[in-house]
Design a protein around this ligand. Structure first.
Ligand SMILES: CCCCCCCCCCCCCCCCCCCCCCCC(=O)SCCNC(=O)CCNC(=O)[C@H](O)C(C)(C)COP(=O)(O)OP(=O)(O)OC[C@H]1O[C@@H](n2cnc3c(N)ncnc32)[C@H](O)[C@@H]1OP(=O)(O)O
Ligand SMILES: NC(=O)C1=CN([C@@H]2O[C@H](COP(=O)(O)OP(=O)(O)OC[C@H]3O[C@@H](n4cnc5c(N)ncnc54)[C@H](OP(=O)(O)O)[C@@H]3O)[C@@H](O)[C@H]2O)C=CC1
Length: 515
C-alpha cells in the first residue's frame, strides 16, 4: 500500500490554479490514487462566459479524467468549486465559503499564477506576490492545516547560473513592491520595471522570486515547502503519455514548427533543454505534501524538479526528434514543410527570419490579395516572432540546479511510493517522450485525427514540389537578370551552353556509330 496515497485519504485539500495545466493533472492524480479523500476545494473564477460549475463539468468530462471516473465514480461530489478571484481582496470568496475553507482545510497546493512573460508588473505582482501573501494569511487561520505547498519555478533565479535550494533575496523587499503598486500609476510602473527586474528577462521570473520571499517571510508557524519545476511539458506516463492542453513552453513552438510557420530559431543546440513532464512534477508535489505534513521539517525546504542534472537532453537533440516525428505523423494543412535551423548567431538568425519567415509571409499575403482574400500571414508571423523572441532567453543558456532535497525525498519513499509517485527522471527515454509529446500536441491541442495522416503526407509532398518549382523559377529569373547585366555571367553562360551542346553532339554521334 502506498503511504502517500493513504495519507491523502480522508483529507480536505485546497488547490489554487486547479483549472490550469498543472492543477488539472494534480487533481487527476489525487483522485485516482486517493479516491477516499474527503474533499478537494478548488478556487475557480468565471471565464469566457462559463460559470465555475460549468468549468468543473468541462474538466471532469475531458479525456484526462476518464480513468478517474472509473476509480472514483463520485468524483463530482468530492470537488467543491468555490468562486474566487485571486486579484480581489479576500479573493472575493463569500463569508460562508471562507468559513468552511478556514475550518476544514488540511493541505494547500498553491499552483495559481500568471505565467505570461510580458504581463505588466502590477498584474504579475498582484497574482504572483500579493495573492500568495493573502493565501498565507488565510493559511495561518486554518487550525487543521498540515502543509502548505507553494509552486514556484526553477527560473525564479534565472539570473544565476548555479542555483541552490535556497531563497535568494531580491534587492527590493516584496512588501515595498506590493505597497508601491497601490499608489504608483501605470506609466511610472512601466518606467521602473526594467530597473526592478534587473538581470531577469521578464516580470514573470521576477515576481515568482518575490513570491518565494513572501513565502519565507510570512511562513510563521506554517509547515511550508516550495517546489521549483523547470519547463513543464506534456505527460510522460500518467494518466496516459503526451497529454497537454496549453501552448506554454515548447508546445506552441511545436505547433508553429509542425505547421511550417517556424523554420528557424535563435537557439544554442548544445544548451540543456530542461524540460520536465507535468506528471513528474505532480508526483513530486504530492510526495512533498506528504513529507512536509508527516515529517514536519524544521525549515522551509525547496525542491528542484528539473531534468538536466539527472538525464540531460539538449535543444539540438530535441529539435531533431521533433522533426523526425513530423515525418511520421505530420500535422494537417501545413503552410510549409517543417524544417529546423538552430543558430546561436544573431546575424544568421536575422537572415533566416527574413528569408524563412517574413518573405514567405509577404508572398502568401500577396497571393491572398490577388485572390481577393484578406492578408493575414504577416500579422500572424510578427506575433509568432515576438513570442519566439521572448522564449529565446531560455534556449540559449544552461543552468545547474542542485537537487539534494529532491534526492533526499526519493530515498525516503518506500519502493511502492517510488513506483506510484515516480519522479525519477533518470528513467525517462527522451526520444520516446518527445515523440509522444508531438503526438499529444496533434491529438489534444490541434484535435487532429490520425486518419488524416495520409492526406497530410500528400499535402507535404505537394508543398515540396511547389518549393522545388519556386526555387527553380527564382534561380532562372535571377540568372536571366544577371546575364543581362554582367559580361562575365554571359561568358559563363556561353561556356555552359556550348559545353552541353558539344557533349550532346558527342553522345549522339557515338550512339549512331554503335547502331
Ligand atoms: C526551428 C524551430 C523549431 C524547431 C522544431 C522543434 C521545436 C521544439 C523544439 C524546441 C524549440 C524551442 C522551445 C523553446 C521553449 C522554451 C520555453 C522556455 C520557458 C521557460 C520559462 C520558465 C517556465 C515557467 O516557469 S512558466 C511557463 C512558461 N510560460 C510561457 O510559456 C508563457 C509564454 N507566453 C506568453 O508569455 C504570452 O502568451 C506571449 C507573450 C508569448 C504572447 O502574448 P500575446 O498577448 O501576444 O498573445 P496571446 O494572446 O497570449 O497569444 C497570441 C497567440 O499566440 C499563441 N501563443 C501563446 N503562447 C504561445 C507560445 N508559447 N508559443 C506559440 N504560440 C503561443 C496564442 O494561442 C495566440 O494564438 P491565437 O491563434 O491568436 O489565439
Ligand atoms: N507551465 C510551466 O512551464 C511552469 C509552470 N510553473 C508554475 O506552475 C504553476 C502552474 O502553472 P500552469 O498550470 O502551467 O499555469 P496555467 O496558466 O495553466 O494555470 C494558471 C492557473 O492559475 C489560475 N489563475 C490565474 N489568475 C487567476 C485569478 N485571478 N483568480 C483565480 N485563479 C487564477 C488560472 O485560472 P483560469 O483557468 O481561470 O485562468 C489557472 O488555473 C504556476 O505557479 C507556475 O508559475 C513553474 C514552472 C514551469
Amino acid at each position: 500500500m502506498s503511504m502517500i496515497a493513504a495519507f491523502y485519504g480522508g483529507k480536505s485539500i485546497l488547490i489554487t490554479g486547479a483549472t490550469g495545466f498543472m492543477g488539472k493533472v494534480l487533481m487527476e492524480k489525487l483522485f485516482r490514487t486517493s479516491p477516499d479523500l474527503k474533499v478537494v476545494y478548488i478556487l475557480v473564477r468565471t471565464k469566457a462566459g462559463q460559470t465555475t460549475q460549468q468549468r468543473v463539468f468541462q474538466i471532469l468530462n475531458s479525456k484526462l479524467f476518464e480513468k478517474v471516473k472509473e476509480v472514483c465514480p463520485n468524483v463530482h461530489e468530492k470537488i467543491r468549486a468555490i468562486y474566487a478571484d485571486l486579484n480581489q481582496n479576500d479573493f472575493a470568496i463569500s463569508k460562508e465559503d471562507m468559513q468552511e475553507l478556514l475550518s476544514c482545510t488540511n493541505i494547500i497546493f498553491h499552483c495559481a499564477a500568471t505565467v505570461r512573460f510580458d504581463d505588466p508588473l502590477r498584474h504579475a505582482v498582484q497574482l504572483n506576490v500579493t495573492a500568495t501573501q493573502q493565501l498565507l494569511l488565510m493559511a495561518s487561520q486554518m487550525p487543521k492545516l498540515e502543509a502548505f505547498i507553494h509552486i514556484s519555478t526553477a527560473f525564479s533565479n534565472c539570473n544565476l547560473k548555479h542555483i541552490d535550494e535556497v531563497i535568494y533575496p531580491c534587492p527590493v523587499e516584496p512588501k515595498k513592491i506590493i505597497d508601491s503598486m497601490e499608489w504608483l500609476d501605470d506609466a511610472i510602473i512601466d518606467e521602473i520595471t526594467p530597473k526592478l527586474i534587473g538581470d531577469r528577462p521578464n516580470t514573470y521570473t521576477y515576481t515568482k522570486a518575490l513570491g518565494e520571499m513572501v513565502v519565507q517571510q510570512e511562513s510563521g508557524n506554517l509547515n511550508i515547502a516550495i517546489i521549483r519545476p523547470s519547463i513543464v511539458g506534456a505527460t510522460w506516463q500518467e494518466p496516459f503519455p503526451g497529454w497537454v492542453d496549453n501552448l506554454n513552453g515548447p508546445s506552441g513552438l511545436i505547433i508553429a514548427a509542425g505547421k511550417g510557420f517556424l523554420r528557424s530559431i535563435r537557439a544554442t543546440p548544445m544548451a540543456v533543454a530542461d524540460l520536465i513532464p507535468v506528471d513528474t512534477v505532480v508526483n513530486l508535489t504530492l510526495a512533498v505534501g506528504w513529507y512536509t505534513a508527516v515529517h514536519r521539517p524544521k525549515s522551509t525546504l525547496i525542491y528542484h524538479c528539473t531534468s538536466g542534472n539527472f538525464n540531460p537532453c539538449n535543444w539540438g537533440k530535441m529539435g531533431f526528434q521533433v522533426l523526425a516525428t513530423f515525418e511520421k505523423v505530420p500535422f494537417e494543412k501545413a503552410f510549409r514543410r517543417p524544417n529546423a535551423d538552430f543558430t546561436s548567431n544573431i546575424i544568421t538568425s536575422q537572415y533566416w527570419n527574413a528569408v524563412s519567415h517574413r518573405a514567405p509571409a509577404i508572398i502568401y499575403d500577396f497571393y491572398l490579395r490577388l485572390t481577393g482574400r484578406k492578408p493575414r500571414m504577416t500579422k500572424l508571423m510578427n506575433r509568432l516572432l515576438r513570442t519566439v523572441s521572448m522564449l529565446e532567453y531560455f534556449v540559449n543558456r544552461s543552468w545547474e540546479w542542485s537537487t539534494y532535497n529532491t534526492e533526499m525525498l526519493m530515498s525516503e519513499l518506500s519502493p511502492e511510493d517510488q513506483r506510484v509517485f515516480n519522479f525519477d527522471v533518470r528513467q525517462l527515454n527522451w526520444l520516446e517522450y518527445i515523440e509522444n509529446y508531438v503526438l499529444g500536441v496533434k491529438k489534444y491541442l490541434l484535435k487532429e485525427d490520425m486518419a488524416g495522416i495520409p492526406e497530410a503526407k500528400q499535402h507535404l509532398r505537394r508543398l515540396r514540389n511547389i518549393h522545388y518549382l519556386f526555387n527553380t523559377a527564382l534561380f532562372l529569373i535571377a540568372w536571366r537578370l544577371l546575364i543581362a547585366r554582367s559580361q562575365m555571367a554571359r561568358n559563363v553562360w556561353f561556356f555552359i551552353v556550348s559545353f552541353c551542346y558539344k557533349f550532346l553532339s558527342y553522345f549522339r554521334a557515338s550512339s549512331t556509330l554503335k547502331v
